[in-house]
Design a protein around this ligand. Structure first.
Ligand code: SF4
Ligand code: FE
Length: 476
């Protein structure tokens, strides 16, 4: 397993083609706009050596018959899913942001079960995937799980607008050539490999879009462009808010990239792709019941700290609001845990979360954090977005005069942290991601409508309304 410093060093060995604000960046690791996100990923490596959390952050892999970082692990034991949520809560609290490594973790599990038993349809993609994943586990690599296509006009199918989707443009005897883009790519520039997956179920005739494969992030033809975040120029400065960590999304461009056959896991198998998308979305929607409550712990802590500095912590309404914020946070966490606890074993050996509960979990995440943020803003007061730069405190003439404006160092910094998480750079991996990450709200409602057994509910209502006999419960 890699340590955090070893992970950082390994990133320097890549020849990544990354652009930030129109300029190619020579060394992404130290770039002020990239570094906080790299550090958040590094936390996933550090935890495997943490005195308190190392046991949770590690797992025993049957693939390589050895210990691996949990972020590369298959959910082969029933409690692996619950441990995942517990680990995500810890990391969410320690970093206050998205630590970016779960897309790869959920992605390898979805790919493993979707390719299982599909040999014969395009060769043994499952065996090739297992060989690749074994290497990922041995090296303890970070993956960019590449799912979301630009999609363009949502009323059109991929074949009607191929440029809006990643697809195969050439099949050679030794591999494939892919072209297109993946967008909103979490942690892409901090990764070693890209795991390409389809972003939606596909129909007959769309086989060129039904591709699952892996490639190095610096494969010829791959370009990454860093996404902007509000106030991201504050990164590394006194007003950053989160002094250590940040999230990251990139647009990843594929300009006729060659992928050798041994790295192609699915090619044109529509059924495998549908299984993969379905499994991934459930895994990742439950994941939000881990990371987001961890982030919310930080938000609640910042709001609490400000009320202490304001001398109002004991006021009835303040305590009430902090309790409400906690109650909503734990509601999300409870659903994520329940979805993971109520798991079922897939024939491949990987355990799957409860689909309905996973979707309910993510659906609550599109709502409850907004109320929690509202309460945090209420408690913080307007100063969270009106105080001057913390750099002004050091000004030889202004500093002393401004002291009452800033209040204590704790107040000033907590206000900036809250501002960052709610409206600044930290709001992208926290608030915006709560809405759209792992699928926008409507995606969860579609699954819920499809999965619920409406007729069973009607049947029971008919019995208790006296319309039908009770064949289910006898009191005799
Ligand atoms: Fe992990 Fe949460 Fe980030 Fe997804 S949003 S990668 S679950 S931290
Ligand atoms: Fe996410």
């Amino acid at each position: 397993m890699r340590t955090a410093p070893e992970y950082l060093e390994s990133l320097r060995e890549r020849d990544l083609r990354l652009f930030v604000d129109g300029e190619r960046v020579a060394d992404p690791v130290d770039h002020p706009r990239v570094r906080p996100a790299v550090q958040a990923v590094a936390a996933t490596y550090a935890l495997a050596f943490h005195p308190e959390h190392r046991a949770l952050a590690r797992a025993q892999s049957a693939l390589i018959d050895g210990e691996v970082n949990r972020f590369t692990h298959l959910f082969t034991e029933p409690d692996d899913l619950v441990k995942k949520i517990a680990l995500q809560r810890i990391l969410g609290r320690l970093t206050g942001t998205c630590f970016q490594r779960c897309v790869g973790m959920d992605g390898v599990n979805a790919t493993f079960l979707a390719t299982h038993g599909r040999a014969g349809k395009g060769g043994d993609g499952h065996a090739r995937f297992v060989a690749w994943l074994s290497e990922v586990q041995r090296n303890d690599d970070m993956l960019n799980g590449a799912m979301t296509d630009p999609k363009g006009d949502r009323s059109k199918r991929p074949t009607e607008q191929p440029d809006a989707y990643l697809r195969v443009v050439e099949r050679r005897p030794d591999g494939l050539v892919i072209r297109g883009a993946k967008v909103h790519q979490t942690g892409a520039a901090n990764s070693h490999h890209i795991l390409v997956m389809p972003g939606q179920a596909l129909r007959e005739g769309e086989e060129d879009f039904a591709i699952v494969c892996a490639l190095p992030v610096d494969a010829p033809g791959v370009t990454m462009v860093l996404g902007r975040q509000p106030s991201d120029l504050r990164r590394g400065g006194p007003d950053a808010g989160n002094a250590r960590f940040g999230g990251q999304e990139c647009a990843v461009l594929f300009d006729d990239v060659f992928v050798p056959t041994e790295r192609v896991f699915v090619d044109g198998d529509l059924e495998a792709c549908a299984t993969l998308v379905d499994a991934f979305s459930s895994f990742h929607r439950a994941s939000y019941g881990g990371c987001k409550p961890g982030n919310l712990d930080v938000l609640i802590g910042a709001a609490d700290l400000i009320t202490r500095e304001h001398g109002v912590r004991r006021a009835r309404h303040v305590r009430d609001k902090l309790v409400e914020m906690t109650h909503l946070t734990e509601t999300i966490h409870a659903i994520g845990l329940a979805a993971s606890e109520r798991s079922a074993r897939h024939p491949s050996g990987v355990h799957q979360v409860d689909k309905v509960l996973a979707n309910v979990c993510k659906h609550q995440v599109t709502r409850l954090p907004y109320e929690i943020v509202r309460l945090a803003e209420d408690l913080a007061g307007g100063a969270m977005s009106t105080i001057p730069s913390l750099a002004d405190r050091d000004h030889p003439e202004l500093g002393a005069q401004l002291a009452p404006v800033f209040g204590s160092d704790a107040r000033a910094r907590a206000l900036r942290l809250l501002e960052s998480m709610t409206y600044g750079a930290g709001s992208v991996p926290f608030r915006i991601e709560c809405m759209h990450g792992a699928g926008s709200p409507e995606a969860q409602r579609i699954v819920l409508e499809r999965e619920v057994d409406w007729d069973a509910k009607v049947a029971r209502a008919r019995v208790l309304a006296g319309l039908d006999d009770d064949g289910e419960l006898s009191l005799d």
